[in-house]
Design a protein around this ligand. Structure first.
Ligand code: PMP
Length: 420
């Protein structure tokens, strides 16, 4: 047996009795091949460095651009009361909590935010996680045990797909917002499992359409299933004072778990799960991403609390948002863009070919508009799109300019008016 491994390897002398792994280079992967193709053609749009931000514009490479690729729907990241609350929290509690809520990183403002969110959402209890992704991973893997079944919409967010991989139970997908596909799965499976949990986005993050929640609730009642809504894009936007998709449909009491994130309308970072006292207490003591990860930093907590105060006291913010959304949806439809079934601030525009979508993004950037292309595998092959989204803080002059730029782009790139 050889002990001097270091010397042997340096001398490239291999012991033929030791089995060695292949050390296949990562640059061989399809992902890197595609990234390099985009880099070589100066069309690489990932990780763009934003140098400055304002309520609805960003500066990239020294050029100011109208931001239509953000999830800052209420435009609150630069609201004076929100910024002041964040600064005060840093002064009082410092910059980080350096521990999990479960053991040593739980501040009184975390507990207060749990209570405030439960009241705002209309559920008995709520708990805040450090990100929305962690909320989905932790809560769903805790809820869906070995004898349980999770049924989820085929267009659900990546965090739900990952949660279904993490959960020990069984998971099946149903067709996007298709209630007969869901009912078929319920009918043939409910008797084989303990708990059945239907999981779906409240507002779908790519297509901007809304979950058929009243029908989901009716099916859940019929088959004895639980309902879990990921309302990342509905929180702050949908329903009375932004209380979300369940409030919009007046079915709050029939939604067992409502997940939200603070990385969009609430101008911060973090996530929330709300529901019955019994269910939330279970999640608190079993969601591993909650128990074994550090808590939301104080400034992030204070930001969310201030955003709730702002959206519940100033109705003009939501009124501006929805008026901007109607203006843009109508504008794009008049220009002949295909906008999927969008009914929300997320307005996707069908392009088709992926290279065309990235070239168009570059063209938009050159005209002062920041938008993001969505390419396969995030969408089916040949269905690349430009995802645009609108904020309460956009002004009409900027939005009119965006429509003018898209009108030119549609001609330059010969964008079809319908899918395929
Ligand atoms: N769910 C949905 C539908 C989302 O769009 C996102 C974020 N893109 C998340 C969950 C994860 O949220 P977070 O950014 O807080 O991790």
């Amino acid at each position: 047996m050889k002990h001097n491994t270091q010397e042997t390897l340096q001398g490239q002398e291999m012991d033929s009795t030791i089995k060695r792994a292949m050390r296949k280079p990562f640059s061989d992967s399809k992902i890197i091949e595609r990234a390099n193709l985009l880099r070589d053609n100066d069309l690489y749009f990932f990780f763009r460095a934003i140098e400055e931000t304002a309520a609805s514009t960003v500066t990239v490479k020294g050029q100011k651009q109208i931001m239509i690729g953000s999830n800052n729907y209420l435009g609150l990241t630069h609201h004076p009361l929100v910024k002041e609350a964040a600064i005060k929290a840093i002064e009082k509690y410092g910059t980080g909590c350096t521990g999990s809520r479960f053991l040593n990183g739980n501040l009184n403002i975390h507990d207060e935010l749990d209570v405030k969110l439960a009241e705002y959402l209309g559920h008995e209890k709520a708990i805040v996680f450090s990100t929305g992704m962690q909320a989905n991973l932790g809560a769903l893997s805790a809820i869906c045990g070995p004898k349980d079944l999770m049924l989820f919409d085929s267009e659900n967010h990546a965090s739900i797909i990952d949660a279904s991989r993490l959960a020990i139970g069984t998971t099946f997908k149903y067709k996007h917002n298709d209630m007969s596909s869901l009912e078929e799965l319920l009918e043939s499976n409910v008797s084989r499992f303990n708990r059945v949990i239907i999981v779906a986005d409240g507002v779908f993050s790519m297509t901007g359409d809304i979950l058929r929640l009243p029908e989901i609730v009716a099916l859940a009642k019929k088959y004895g299933a639980y309902v879990y809504v990921d309302d990342a894009h509905g929180l702050g936007v949908m329903g009375h004072q932004g209380r979300g998709t369940m409030n919009h449909f007046d079915v709050t009491k029939d939604v067992d778990f409502n997940m939200g994130t603070f990385s969009k309308s609430f101008a911060s970072i973090g996530g929330v799960i709300s529901g019955s006292a019994d269910a939330i207490d279970y999640v608190r003591h079993s969601a591993r991403s909650f128990m074994f990860s550090a808590s939301m930093p104080p400034a992030a907590v204070a930001t969310v609390s201030a955003c709730i105060d702002v959206v519940t006291s100033d109705d003009s913010i939501l009124a501006n948002l929805w008026s901007n959304v109607e203006f843009m949806r109508k504008g794009f439809q008049e220009l002949g863009f295909y906008t999927y079934g969008s009914q929300t601030p997320i307005i996707p525009l069908f392009v088709g070919d992926d290279m065309k979508a990235v070239k168009m993004t570059k063209y938009l950037e050159s005209k002062g508009v920041f938008a993001t292309p969505v390419l396969p595998p995030a969408v089916p092959k040949g269905e690349a799109l430009i995802r645009t989204s609108y904020m309460a803080s956009h002004d009409r002059a900027d939005l009119t300019k965006v429509l003018e730029v898209f009108a030119e782009a549609k001609k330059v790139f010969e964008i079809p008016s319908h899918l395929h």
